[in-house]
Design a protein around this ligand. Structure first.
Ligand code: SF4
Ligand code: SF4
Length: 426
């Protein structure tokens, strides 16, 4: 039984059992039984698709509220670069960073600062002998979890360098300790998140190292207050320290463009990402050096905890970039420090464990095949599973009954009627 934290919650009172979510979940992690959706935790990658498609808002993203910051003496906001594209006519990042201070944070450290350093480190790593092509970006946690679950052979292609959010947390804590003289644990670092996958990443880091972040607050949670404060500002504090490269990480293709190589592929949207991963698995791309995949459309600006239309936010980010210098943050001494690499390797994760022994697992796999052969193969979803194959797995593992399939039920009724001597016309 998996105990990993997930940032998606199902609100049963709102669920109508409409099966919309099971049709859109990229990992087939949802079943609808007895009129209620249920997430199979082992299969969930926290991508947020189910929140997006649920017509009754029965799926919700979880994150901290501002009151979670109260137990700290000094509170630092770590805004995702996606926040800038949420604001209309923004020409100066300091309107956002100053307003963040007005709504209750003592200080602000943009994640885009760390992103610029990660871009530089990635460029160097890609010229090193240890690099294996194509390097797959590790920026989107939902994509990395998808690779672990569905594309285990691609794990060793994922970039082994720490991601901007974790690096920013480390840099921010160090800087704030020096600035305030407080102990590290008296400083609360709060990520301002565009998506559920990053909320999960903070609590359950994929590479197993502490994130160094004390909580995540959704962009939508603070947006209205933030905009209200921005409207009152007559002057701003000089806080922001990011350039075009860091801010571009908010949109699809932004991370790739910073690598100064034309041998890259950037795709957005989970379905497109799955298609690309399948092609990489089949070795159909020969000359690619870097692959950037974002589970959300348009990149992090499309995350479910944002407020704006993803493509509007992307367009705004592109306009904002023209007011920024190229990059303001660099590697010290022009080398990748050892602690910028992940300590642990990325390992595949198994989904649902069929049985304790190999022999039992093989027997269940055979049973799944046998059951699947008897099903209509039209993936109608009426049984509450996303496909006939998933339904066969549920039946073989005693999580569903064959009679949950309407076609099997109809056949049974017909068979019974024949036995009773009842004609179809009757
Ligand atoms: S989309 Fe899923 S969670 Fe939402 S109402 Fe339909 S079955 Fe329930
Ligand atoms: S968050 Fe994504 S993977 Fe998890 S249940 Fe929802 S759609 Fe499926």
């Amino acid at each position: 039984m998996e105990t990993r934290f997930h940032s998606i919650r199902h609100i049963s009172e709102r669920c109508t059992g409409c099966i919309n979510c099971i049709k859109h979940c990229p990992t087939q992690a949802i079943r609808v039984r007895n009129g209620q959706a249920k997430i199979i935790k082992e299969l969930c990658i926290d991508c947020g698709e189910c929140i997006r498609v649920c017509p009754t808002h029965a799926m919700r993203g979880m994150y901290e509220r501002m009151d979670a910051t109260e137990k700290f003496k000094y509170i630092v906001a770590l805004p995702s670069p996606a926040i800038f594209g949420q604001i209309r006519n923004l020409e100066d990042l300091d309107y956002v960073t100053t307003a963040l201070k007005r709504i209750g944070f003592d200080d602000v450290f943009e994640v885009s600062r760390a992103a610029e350093i990660v871009s530089e480190a990635t460029r160097k790593y890609m010229h090193s002998n240890s690099c294996k092509y194509p390097v797959i970006s590790s920026a989107c946690p939902a994509i990395v979890r998808l690779i672990q679950l569905k594309f285990p052979d691609l794990c060793d292609l994922v970039l082994p360098i720490k991601q901007p959010m974790a690096l920013a947390a480390k840099m921010a804590r160090k800087e704030m300790v020096e600035k305030t003289g407080l102990n590290p644990e008296e400083i609360g670092i709060f990520y301002i998140s565009p998506c559920t996958a990053r909320v999960t990443e903070i609590k359950n880091p994929i590479f197993g190292e502490e994130s160094g972040i004390d909580g995540a607050i959704g962009i939508s949670e603070i947006y209205h207050q933030l905009v209200a404060e921005m409207e009152k500002l007559d002057k701003v504090e000089p806080i922001a320290n990011s350039g075009l490269i860091g801010v571009s990480w908010a949109i699809d293709g932004g991370e790739s463009a910073a690598l100064m190589s034309s041998h890259y592929l950037a795709a957005d949207g989970i379905e497109n990402a799955i298609n690309v991963l399948e092609e990489i698995e089949d070795k159909r791309f020969k000359r690619l050096h870097f692959v950037e995949l974002n589970a959300c459309h348009a990149g992090c600006v499309g995350g479910i905890l944002n407020v704006e239309n993803p493509y509007m936010a992307k367009a705004r980010t592109q306009i904002l970039r023209k007011y920024l210098p190229v990059s303001l943050n660099h590697l010290e001494n022009d080398i990748i420090p050892e602690d910028m690499f992940n300590t642990n390797e990325l390992k595949p994760v198994s989904g649902i464990k069929l049985a304790d022994s190999l022999a039992e697992s093989l027997a269940i796999m055979q049973k799944i095949k046998d059951i699947e052969r008897t099903l209509p193969g039209i993936d109608c979803g009426a049984c509450g599973a996303p496909s006939c194959k998933a339904f066969a797995e549920d039946v073989a593992t005693n999580h569903a009954k064959e009679s949950d399939c309407v076609f099997k039920m109809r056949d049974k009724v017909f068979e019974y009627a024949q036995k009773m001597g009842i004609d179809e016309k009757d």
